[in-house]
Design a protein around this ligand. Sequence first.
Ligand code: PRP
Length: 181
Amino acid sequence: MDAYADDIEKVLIKADEIQAKLVEMGEQITRDYEGRKLLLIGVLKGAFVVMADLSRALTIHCRMDWMAVSSYGSGSQSSGVVRILKDLSTDVTGLHVLLVEDIIDTGLTLSYLVSNLRSRGPASLNVLTVFRKPEAARNPVDITYVGFDIPNEFVVGYGLDYDGLYRNLTSVGALSPHVYS
Ligand code: PRP
């Protein structure tokens, strides 16, 4: 039984393509951070999937911590005003921080998180996202590691949800209109 088969209009990125990209990014990050104290910070909830795969694609030591934020706004439109729902339990002073996101859409959440984390005095701060939507390109924040540039469609899977569902899909697909209309 596949509870999701009817709900996905088309698969945009297959599971094995995502896994291959994570392995590639993991190898790059292993090279870039060798000999450094690396802290991965995942942004809940969606980033739990990429954190699990990325961390296991690394062959260097890393620590992990989590933040949960909520963005004020109307409907799905984010406003740029972000509230911290769960903060880190790690002091990032002197650590090499890699912020791990599932998706950057408007980039507003990222802008807030980067300036917030930078103020805490990490040794360095970089950003990884698995998916990036076109509008994010207008954001001034540098993203060091980008998995896939994707079109501005309503996508779910690999951590991305609709109404809390579909995060556990291994591929990423566009949702059929019948689900939300
Ligand atoms: C997603 C994603 C980012 C944010 C990006 O989280 O993980 O944090 O949206 O959007 P932006 O670039 O427009 O600011 P979401 O708010 O969907 O929360 P979730 O991970 O709990 O689903």
